[in-house]
Write a protein that binds this ligand. Structure first.
Ligand code: NAD
Length: 425
């Protein structure tokens, strides 16, 4: 039975103590989380099956986002990231959100789009209608490609045909919309698109060229919303600063790119921790952000009738529990076990909530103290290590640099060389 995600002083524990507590709070066995504690959980033999020319693996830290309440459920969320402050930011945002009840999420059905491009069609408008007429045949052909998917309740859902006025002349582009259930679905829909292409070419007299999914998975949206009580976040000035920061991002692509990168700090970290395709999710998110023709904020922020801060996030999230590295990677399996997710859409909803929490934390800091203060405190440890500090020296050098307000490699080296500065020995 899962326990509370609210854990005071989690950061003060040793990694092994944290892991034991995670298993306890997630209501799962220590064995289920064991791969999280092993830097080399992905053995070379398995890694060699995942990619070509494999020579090794890259270890990335996994941190646990505490304090999250998502749809009334206390949940601990593993995040894989090399960037300091990212996990701490979600923990803090989630803590402040608890007073308002936490995050509420929803998702569309997990519907992926695959595209089939037809060239050299003499009468593209007529071809479009001819393809649309044969929806039932197309459904049967697609569904015949993937009996296991049908058995799990997925399969062909709909058909769209577009005539695209491209350089070199019009092309007929067919979209098949396929519910891929608990799979990300790239292989599933690509197989269907490849099987269907010769038939479409035959019906229209065209030549089929590309047959591939679209990463603009805008029929597969995950949504999160949350209200932070103004009293919990430092008052009306902070609330209004966050709204003004959002309006800046929504009006200016230069700001929006950084704003959305902040959202993706959270999103990508959970996508990676679960062995899902980070590039697919990133591509979908940014394409969706430009969906109105202008690159805009993925999130939206406003003030509620009660005067509290409301944040919402909606983005395409093509993630699954089946396929890719997810099934094969022991650490990804452990991460899914910690969250207790049993469907693809549930994972997407959790990720959306984390993205919203991450965005809140970034906006709050930007609209108040600025990022460098908090970021530098954590970053100082990396700089100290780069300067050659080991063991207890790392903390001492880092603290001394932060106290001086100078977090730089030359300062770290000087502090290491000069024990009287309070950093050495
Ligand atoms: P997959 O083909 O390994 O697994 C999906 C299959 O599992 C389904 O087709 C179905 O037959 C079966 N299945 C069993 N139980 C299921 C369930 N409960 N729900 C759904 N299906 C179930 O994986 P995939 O998700 O089709 O492909 C994902 C991989 O494709 C990722 O590794 C991704 O990186 C890669 N990929 C991505 C792109 C892209 O994003 N542009 C292109 C090609 C490949």
């Amino acid at each position: 039975m899962p326990g509370s995600s609210r854990i005071e002083g989690f950061h003060k524990l040793a990694p092994a103590e944290r892991l034991a507590l995670v298993a306890d709070r997630a209501g799962i066995t220590p064995a289920a989380v064991a791969p999280l504690g092993e830097a080399g959980a992905l053995g070379l033999e398995t890694a060699d099956r995942l990619i070509e020319n494999c020579v090794g693996t890259l270890a990335v830290p996994i941190g646990i986002a505490t304090n999250l309440v998502i749809d009334g459920v206390e949940i601990l969320v593993p995040m894989a990231t090399e960037e300091s402050s990212v996990v701490a930011a979600v923990c803090h945002a989630a803590k402040l959100a608890r007073g308002g009840g936490g995050f509420v999420t929803s998702a569309t059905d997990p519907v992926m789009i695959a595209q089939i491009q037809l060239l050299e069609v003499a009468d593209p408008e007529a071809a479009r209608i001819k393809i649309l007429e044969r929806r039932d045949e197309i459904r049967a052909l697609c569904d015949a490609q993937d009996p296991p998917l049908i058995a799990h309740g997925g399969g062909f859902r709909d058909l769209e045909v577009r005539v695209i006025d491209a350089a070199g002349g019009p092309m007929v582009v067919t979209h098949i919309l396929v519910d891929t259930r608990d799979a990300m679905g790239a292989n599933a829909v690509n197989t269907m698109a490849e099987a269907l292409a010769p038939t479409l070419a035959g019906w229209t007299g065209g030549r089929a060229l590309l047959r591939i999914l679209s990463n603009l998975a805008d029929r597969r949206l995950a949504r999160a919303r949350c209200v932070w009580r103004t009293d919990d976040i430092g008052g009306a000035a902070v609330r209004d600063g966050i709204v003004a920061a959002f309006r800046f991002a929504d009006a200016d692509p230069y700001r929006a790119a950084t704003h959305n990168k902040g959202v993706m700090n959270g999103v990508t970290a959970v996508v990676l921790a679960t062995g899902n395709d980070t590039r697919a999710v990133e591509a979908g998110a940014h394409a969706h952000a430009a969906g109105t023709g202008r690159y805009r904020s993925l999130s939206r922020w406003e003030v509620t009738a009660e005067g509290d801060l409301s944040g919402v996030l909606e983005l395409p999230l093509a993630v699954g529990l089946i396929g890719g590295a997810t099934r094969i990677h022991p650490t990804a399996q452990a991460c899914l076990a910690v969250m207790g997710v049993d469907t693809g859409p549930r994972l997407a909803r959790i990720i959306a909530a984390v993205g919203l929490a991450q965005n809140f934390a970034a906006l709050r800091v930007l609209a108040t103290t600025g990022v460098q203060k908090g970021h530098m405190a954590l970053h100082a440890q990396n700089i100290a290590i780069m300067a050659g500090a080991t063991g207890a020296e790392i903390d001492r050098v880092a603290r001394a640099m932060v106290a001086r307000g100078e977090v730089r490699i030359d300062v770290a080296r000087a502090l290491l060389d000069d024990p009287s500065s309070g950093a050495g020995g």
